[in-house]
Design a protein around this ligand. Sequence first.
Ligand code: TGC
Ligand code: FAD
Length: 398
Amino acid sequence: MSIHRSDKTDKYEHHDYYGVDALLSEDHLLARQAVHDWVKQEVSPIIESHAEQGKCPHHLFKGLADIGAFGPSIPAEYGGGGMDEIAYGVIMQELERGDSGIRSMASVQGSLVMYPIYKYGSEEQRKKYLPKLGSGEFIGCFGLTEPDHGSNPSGMTTNVVDDGDSYILNGAKMWITNSPVADIAVVWAKREDGRIIGLIVEKGMKGFSAPEIHGKWSLRASITGELVFEDVRVPKANVLPNVEGLKGPLGCLSKARYGIAWGAIGAALDCYDSALRYSQERVQFGKPIGQFQLTQKKLAEMITEITKAQLLAWRLGSLANEGKATSAQISMAKRNNVHMALEIAREARQIHGGMGITNEYPIMRHMMNLETVLTYEGTHDIHLLITGHDVTGLNAFK
Ligand code: TGC
Ligand code: FAD
């Protein structure tokens, strides 16, 4: 990845109230600025119209690869960015400042497709798929959720039957980001003994289809579909050999949820930035609306919550760099920061008055996107119950 600071771009709107930037390295700041600049140049000019039309900007895949957005913390020899977890975080933040759907493209490709192949795959699988995924030549997707098993993936019914050198795969996955345009799918299925395994299913395999899901009011610039398997013969060479059980997919989710904890801050910053500017420019009763105490309360609470989220993400990133971040800590950060961003979008919408519902401002797009982000990768309540389990030792799911 080549990182450079551009002189041509806008001042970086980071609203760093507690000086968290001082905790970041020069490499983190450069990576963040490079992605920020790319988003301003490539995403901001097109995102409202794509979201409005429900169109995924596929052409951005290559650019995302070029800025190192796919697997920033996966080693470079395996197609990733070879950076640390905080670099991964700040990159997700800047992508989601642009749009949650753009961050989703990178989350799925890096954390849910490249990561399992890197972590659980054979050396042959790593060599075959990772360079193409890292360069954006291949698009990947991740199939865990099913029509009847969302929060409870252990109940999945997608299954494989042993047939010599192959498995015969049957079942269906639902709500799969990028599935209609994906070249490969990392799919989680049950073996005859009930154990969950991961398989790499390739586009074009007989009996495999990936129809698009239409009618979404959220994440409209991201394409979502199903995965349908009707007697698909998958060679055993495509099974991820180094993991069995639900900890396989859940391990990938930890990686992606971590990225979302940072990403949500980007969406919140974009809403806050827009609301702050509007409050200084919009005049009612002869003064800027930012001079009214009720507007100041909103803005003061917004920056307080953003600051708390920044500190949470930074500390989580430091723990992750030391290999000490627990999945429960990641759940807390994902839950808190996404909810924070959604609340900020709602407050920002109020500050913009009627203009807040239009596409002149990014607020409604972020707000609608964040409804998905609150639900995918584990719902708001599932993450609460993960924290509840962690602090009480009592498991609500059993
Ligand atoms: P449970 O018995 O708790 O755990 C089974 C095994 O997994 C281990 N484990 C984890 N390992 C790594 N990371 C985690 N986060 C882990 N959580 C659990 C656990 O230690 C155990 O290991 P072992 O060795 O004992 O077998 O499992 P459970 O069936 O009781 O489920 C617990 C629950 C409800 C928390 C879990 O199922 C869950 O997280 N549900 C939410 C499902 C979810 O998040 N789905 C997301 C689908 S993918 C997606 O949304 C992508 S969006 C893409 C985009 O960005 O566009
Ligand atoms: P359900 O599990 O049916 O939950 C419905 C409600 O019940 C929620 O409020 C939930 O919190 C609550 N609930 C469930 N169980 C409990 C409980 N034990 N206690 C209290 N409340 C409970 N999945 C993938 O595998 N890959 C993807 O790429 C992917 N991308 C997505 C993209 C989009 C746009 C969307 C919307 C979803 C995507 N998902 C993906 C699926 C997502 O992870 C699921 O929607 C999510 O895990 C919730 O599952 P569900 O929708 O079936 O809701």
